[in-house]
Design a protein around this ligand. Structure first.
Ligand code: PFF
Length: 450
């Protein structure tokens, strides 16, 4: 007899693990800085549309395919359409994307973890807040960022090595509520500052002149990145879901919770940024330079800075767990490696790829490919190419290559009766979402002119 496959023990666990994959540095670091750089509300609105019209249907499709196949992403796409083995490319592209993302993500996560310690020390010693120079020294260093990065990869690997229900599910059930509570605390603090309203307007009052093809493509790419889509993560998590999970409502709640966290993060950051006259468009360093500076100006600011980085670290951990799980599930499923061995190999691969990403912000600044250093290149490839194209391929598999009744049966699961929203979601998966991806993609690359 084969050993029973590990999986999520309950619907609630399936929900928290999925939310934990979605919620991450994407909400707290990428979403605010992209909104800041791209002019605020118009970008936010485009992003929300991308989540609703494309992200949500594809999230459902991935969960359904994963649960139907009960295998890792590579094996799932290799066999999901009989006699069309080439869809396995989705699985392999997903494994590649997981390594590329982890390479730069673990660098940023390393900064976050180090900022918990650094901001705590600064508060304790009563020195001023961490400055732009402090951040530059960290990010462009050699050993310091590498050590934090490797430490983070080892830490997350240990959780993943403990297994799906005992590691992933247990950890995320603990971290998600704490994260939300900390975030709400920071929100209350930021929103009660004098002048906070400017930040709120920045997030919610759109100026559509800021939109362009590339901005829309990056909003779509962000929607994929945010919901962990297009690379088999959600397929893998779908394969761990018990039959009792109602896929459509579950995915709806995940997308809603994730979006809410992004907005709450924006509401903790921008009101404070505006209240103290900082620059919202400062880019990837927004979190690390503005937050300590801005928070330090308010009462109990040092305390809130530590809290903010603590919650960011929790968020990053849940997301990294799911990134690592893609190659781990493949290595331990298809390649039949014991789980700990699969985790060690994956972690080593991430570290090998992570080193050039990290050093590209410092000593290897001059090394460029397509006018980008490794950190930016890895991010660009995953966000603008791999994830949207992976998502498109998944929509084609679900909408056009699987038998409609099979797919709908998997979507319905144990839900009784015909549910109207199942058909609606199916129409999105089959027509609307893939069409939008193609349009946004061509537009982003200037096919329709500038
Ligand atoms: N969704 C995560 C975030 O927003 O930080 C990042 C991510 C996790 C992307 C898992 C892709 C993935 F498969």
């Amino acid at each position: 007899m084969t050993k029973q496959r590990d999986g999520f023990a309950s619907s609630l666990g399936a929900f928290t693990a999925t939310v934990a994959s979605a919620v991450g540095l994407g909400n707290i670091w990428k979403f605010p800085y992209l909104a800041g750089v791209n002019g605020g509300a118009a970008f936010v609105l485009t992003y929300l549309l991308a989540v609703a019209l494309v992200g949500l249907p594809i999230l459902v499709a991935e969960h359904a395919i994963g649960r139907k196949m009960r295998k890792d992403a590579v094996a799932s796409y290799a066999t999901v359409v009989p006699r069309e083995g080439f869809w396995v490319l989705i699985g392999y592209a997903g494994v590649v994307a997981a390594f590329l993302i982890m390479a730069f993500y673990s660098d940023v996560a390393g900064w976050v973890f180090s900022y918990i310690v650094k901001s705590f020390m600064a508060a304790f010693r009563g020195t001023g807040p961490l400055s732009a120079q402090d951040f530059a020294a960290l990010a462009s260093g050699t050993w310091e960022p590498l050590i934090w990065q490797i430490g983070v990869v080892v830490f997350v690997s240990l959780i993943v090595a403990a297994g799906v229900s005992k590691g992933i599910e247990a950890a995320t059930k603990l971290t998600m509520p704490i994260l939300l509570a900390l975030l709400l605390l920071c929100d209350i603090r930021a929103l009660t500052l004098p002048g906070a309203f400017k930040g709120v307007t920045f997030l919610f009052a759109p100026d559509f002149s800021k939109l362009s093809g590339t901005v829309i493509l990056s909003a779509l790419g962000l929607a994929f990145f945010k919901l962990s889509l297009g690379m088999g993560t959600m397929t893998t998590y779908g394969s761990y879901m018990p039959e009792s999970v109602r896929l459509v409502p579950n995915a709806g709640r995940v997308a809603l919770a994730d979006t809410l966290v992004s907005i709450l993060a924006g509401l903790a950051i921008f009101p404070a940024v505006f209240a103290f006259g900082f620059e919202p468009a400062s880019g990837p360093s927004l979190l690390f330079i503005s937050i300590p500076a801005v928070f330090s100006k308010m009462p109990f600011g040092n305390f809130f800075t530590v809290l903010f980085f603590l919650l960011s670290a929790l968020a990053a951990t849940g997301a990294m767990i799911s990134l690592i799980e893609v190659p781990v599930a493949w290595l331990s499923g298809k390649m039949k490696l014991p789980r700990p061995k699969a985790v060690i190999i994956t972690a080593l691969g991430i570290i090998v790829l992570g080193i050039p990403a990290t050093l590209s912000l410092g000593p290897w600044k001059e090394v460029q490919l397509f006018k980008m250093g490794f950190f930016d290149l890895f991010d660009y490839i995953q966000q603008n190419l791999l994830l949207p194209l992976g998502g498109l391929a998944i929509a084609i598999v679900a909408g056009w290559r699987l038998r409609k009744s099979d797919f709908l049966n998997e979507l319905a699961g144990q839900e009784k009766g015909k549910k109207w929203y199942l058909t609606l979601v199916y129409i999105f998966i089959k027509y609307i979402s893939p069409a939008l991806i193609v349009l946004v993609f061509l537009n982003g690359f200037g096919v329709f002119g500038k």
